[in-house]
Ligand binder design. Sequence first.
Ligand SMILES: C[S@@+](CC[C@H](N)C(=O)[O-])C[C@H]1O[C@@H](n2cnc3c(N)ncnc32)[C@H](O)[C@@H]1O
Length: 431
Amino acid sequence: MLHNNIINRDLEFKQLPNEQTNAVLEINSNYLHLNIEQKLDFSKTMWNKKKLSNPNAKIRLATMFSGIGAVEFALKRLKLPTKIIFASDNDKFVKQSYFANYNIAEENWYSDVINIDGNKYKNKIDLLVGGSPCQSFSMIGKRKGFADTRGTLFYEFARVVKESQPKVFIYENVKGLTNHDKGNTFETILATFDELGYKYSHKILNAKNYGMAQHRERIFVVGFLDHSINFDFPEPIELQHTMQDFLEDYIDSKYYLKEKGVKFVTSSKNRKKRYTQINGDIALCQKANQQFNWHGDFIYEQKSKQEFNEFVFDIKEVEEKYYLSEKIKTYVLAGGTKNFKTSTETDLKVARPLLQSMHKMHRAGVDNYVTHNKGRIRKLTPTECLRLMGFGDGFKQVVSDTQMYRQAGNSIVVDVLIAILKQMDISKFGE
Ligand SMILES: C[S@@+](CC[C@H](N)C(=O)[O-])C[C@H]1O[C@@H](n2cnc3c(N)ncnc32)[C@H](O)[C@@H]1O
């Protein structure tokens, strides 16, 4: 846009008489100058266009509450050599996924963050990342600092930062942490980072603004040991893909809903409340318990003629109560009895006259009925959930579907981490 303006202006002054040209040239040169500066500023903030200054740098990474290693995967996607100093999670299935996907020695794995002695790693970590499960800590009458957080999982993260002194830390959590206990919890977290002597900033980022088709708002705190580092959070970019781009082509029949599920998912109440979404462009936020209920995203697939499947339903855009039950449908569409024959056609091109009494009873050949496209509804597959969290198909799935959904829903969107890492040029903190 700016570029076009500049070109248009250039064309304009070519047509001007000589005496006016100088003045216009001057205006234009200021204008150009301004725009070049603006453009430079713009490119400065455009993290997605940035190149890492040291692409061969080896990043010494440590993670707490590691899950399936979102930051490990981000560094993989950035093609940065990574040395995992340690990782930690107390879930045995998470450990299976982690070990299948990343290179880590058993002695560098901690089953409980409590057992990590950060002093052992002092000045040996470039990047420490952790997202502790959200816990409430009561701050009444306290100074709100490091010592006051003792006994919480956040305390463990702060303790390991203090002991190990990583060059950079990233702390991630749910958006709700910022207003939890009227903001006291978050205030305490920030006061703790103050006490640790890090230069830090925080921001709520939504994954949909960083290239991933998922509404997922999370708070990120990014801290630097070196106070000369100036860090601004990455600017949002336009989303290039919709959720549909992340779907698989061939789906196992186990992912399709049966009648009860279809009724729940298609109910207008659940859709209005945003519990469910069908064929959305941007996925709803994935949850750890996404496999246990019918909340979240669903895919409606129109049935093709030759398709065989036992779970084919009429998919309706309107409330359940407006549908004919099987019993009434048999009666309504029976075609009349004895001498009284009528057309039981549905989906008429021109509707039958609407009668005042139409709410009272169902009369074949009197009321209007429409059938709907036949199709099936399915939930997202674990692979799709992983893709929507930024884990490419290179991620090895070695646990049950149930565990995989849970692990995906608990993770951090890899693309958001990539934006943060590119923005700070993580490669300059490596070796
Ligand atoms: C919200 S998830 C974080 C997932 C991670 N950020 C990822 O990229 O997948 C929190 C994780 O902390 C783990 N956890 C909870 N308590 C823990 C503890 N005491 N020690 C280690 N891990 C713990 C849970 O098993 C869970 O995987």
